[in-house]
Design a protein around this ligand. Structure first.
Ligand SMILES: [Zn+2]
Length: 240
């Protein structure tokens, strides 16, 4: 679990990218592996929940916040049905200016040209109880861009929220920093834009207190052994 500076205690956060068959273990997990991991949580009586539910008083020893970055179409195709079968939900951080397109913010062939969910899919998932959060408009490196073009940083943070809210017809309150990159101004703007939390890519350290706009997480990749995943899950249950 995660202790916040304001006294709240919230569930641990797992962090995924893609879930697809025949996927490189560097970018995600296969549906079989994902299902095994989720069933393991269920066996421990740990429920996968959204950021919103995790922040709103769910028992941190009996829940685990599940997050997905970038909004890949495979989250809709493979991850969502597995989660729903177990009664779980998750938060998916999407890019409001990239919906329905192919990932293009990197030249790394492992990450480039991957289909992203379109407005129809995020609207449908939102209707099915999943939370859509903002990951900026275009996967902006907020730390670097803060020095070069601060106005763009502001737009990436503020406009992604309003654009997603226009599509979903409901408030968007969770934010996630692309690349985990941020600046002091960008954190202030996330707060000012009306989000209630932001996830970083920093690891959760036992005994530390966290700002809700700098939430730590535990990344899960296809390279992670079942033993390591079990350790994550057991730690969450023990309140670590
Ligand atoms: Zn990302």
């Amino acid at each position: 679990m995660i202790r916040l500076e304001d006294g709240r205690v919230i569930p641990s956060i797992l962090y995924y990218h893609r879930v697809a068959p025949d996927i490189s273990p560097h970018v995600g997990v296969t549906p079989e592996m994902f299902e095994r991991q989720m069933r393991f949580l269920k066996k421990l009586e740990i429920k996968g929940v959204t950021v919103a539910d995790g922040l709103n008083g769910s028992d941190p020893q009996k829940t685990c916040i599940l997050t997905f970055d970038d909004g890949y179409l495979d989250n809709f195709e493979y991850a969502a049905p597995i989660l729903e079968d177990l009664g779980f939900r998750a938060t998916i951080f999407c890019l409001s200016a990239c919906l329905g397109s192919l990932s293009a913010w990197t030249d790394d062939p492992l990450w480039k040209g991957i289909p992203l969910m379109a407005t129809e899919e995020i609207r449908e998932l939102s209707g099915r109880g999943f939370e859509i959060g903002s990951h900026t408009r275009s996967h902006c490196d907020l730390g670097r861009t803060s020095r070069e073009d601060p106005l763009r940083v502001r737009r990436e943070i503020f406009d992604s929220r309003t654009e997603l809210e226009d599509i979903l017809g409901r408030p968007v309150t969770a934010f996630c920093y692309p690349y985990g990159s941020l600046s002091p101004e960008s954190v202030d703007w996330v707060r000012e834009a009306g989000y209630t939390s932001a996830r970083s890519v920093r690891r959760n350290r036992i005994g530390r207190m966290y700002d809700p706009f700098m939430l730590p997480c535990r990344p899960v990749s296809g390279r992670m052994s079942p033993v390591r995943f079990s350790a994550y899950a057991l730690a969450a249950r023990m309140g670590l």
